[in-house]
Design a protein around this ligand. Structure first.
Ligand code: PSU
Ligand code: MN
Length: 301
């Protein structure tokens, strides 16, 4: 198989110890250099500090790498958007051409599952884009959550997306959407969205029990755990909404479509907020890494 698992992770998996997957599109397309690399390294450290083994996943020379080295993460960060963003449909071409690819939530889930990694921490997932009723732009992340057995810990989804429609699709596809100590879906930069999740998880043990119940019953598919950004780093809802509206308007003006949408919007929001959104983004990923590793630890206890 076109997969390389770092030996430390392979050992941990055999010993039933928690391994936590991390994605590479957030590095190459989600944040600017050098904050992207600093964040990726710090997230790995947080996973370790909580007793897990981190595996940052990406595709290098046509090989799905589950656990990139520090040098490889650095290269993903430096090359940034010049590395193609790879979704499920792109995998065969990238493997055949032996090229590099940044893995999205969808492809990180695929490679994690192949390697036997059951937990995956990120910032935000893709979802149903606003205007999807005409563009049909629905992230492949949702389809992947429907079919692949990985639990994804995120901070909800950004309001660049249509959040009610995103929840509807997740419901149709049978994906449990759980709030970590909240009964509302967090909206990435903010802790609330006004939308209810399926269950409010009390703690990591509660989360692990739900994951175990799904697996023991043999229900295939992912689980989404939404962990709100810490209060002290959350942004003003009205202000961020204005920024998002401006970014969306610019995207339309420029005629940006398809897989370019999400990276464009992330960069635009960071630019308009003069980096404040980037700081929030970094902090929420740190928080997810801590919570996600605790959940994985409970699961393997
Ligand atoms: N949302 C974020 N940050 C990100 C992404 C989404 O807040 O970095 C990235 C993830 O890799 C996600 C991808 O899987 O964008 C979704 O892209 P698309 O909307 O084209 O499916
Ligand atoms: Mn899309």
């Amino acid at each position: 198989m076109n997969i390389r698992i770092k030996p430390e992770a392979e050992k941990a998996l055999k010993g039933g110890r928690p391994v936590v997957a991390l994605e590479s599109t957030i590095i190459s397309h989600g944040m600017p250099y050098p904050q992207n690399v600093q964040t990726a390294m710090q997230v790995e450290k947080i996973v370790r500090d909580h007793g897990g083994v981190p595996v940052t996943i990406g595709i290098i020379d046509g090989v799905g790498v589950v656990g990139m080295s520090e040098e490889e993460i650095e290269e993903f960060g430096r090359r940034g958007m010049s590395i193609p963003k790879v979704s499920r449909r792109d995998l065969p071409v990238v493997f055949a051409e032996r090229s590099w690819g940044a893995t999205t939530v969808a492809t990180t889930m695929i490679l994690a599952a192949k390697a036997g990694v059951e937990f995956f921490v990120t910032g935000g997932i893709g979802g149903v884009h606003r205007g999807a009723e005409t563009t049909f732009d629905v992230s492949a992340d949702l389809e992947e959550l429907a079919r692949t057995n990985v639990t994804v810990i995120c901070a909800g989804a950004k309001a660049i997306l249509d959040l009610p429609k995103t929840l509807e699709v997740l419901e149709t596809k049978g994906v449990p959407v759980l709030g970590y100590q909240t009964s509302e879906l967090p909206a990435f930069y903010t802790r609330t969205s006004g939308l209810k999740v399926d269950c409010c998880l009390k703690d990591a043990a509660h989360a692990a029990a739900v994951v175990r119940a799904k697996r023991e019953f043999g229900l295939d598919g992912g689980i989404l755990i939404a962990n709100p950004i810490p209060e002290e780093y959350s942004m003003d809802p009205a202000a961020i909404q204005k920024v998002i509206d401006q970014a969306l308007a610019e995207m339309d003006e420029k005629g940006i479509k398809g897989k370019e949408c999400t990276p464009f919007l992330l960069a635009k929001v960071a630019e308009i907020t003069e980096g404040r959104s980037l700081e929030a983004n970094i902090r929420l990923v740190f928080n997810n890494a801590a919570v996600g590793t605790e959940i994985a630890k409970e699961y393997y206890r």
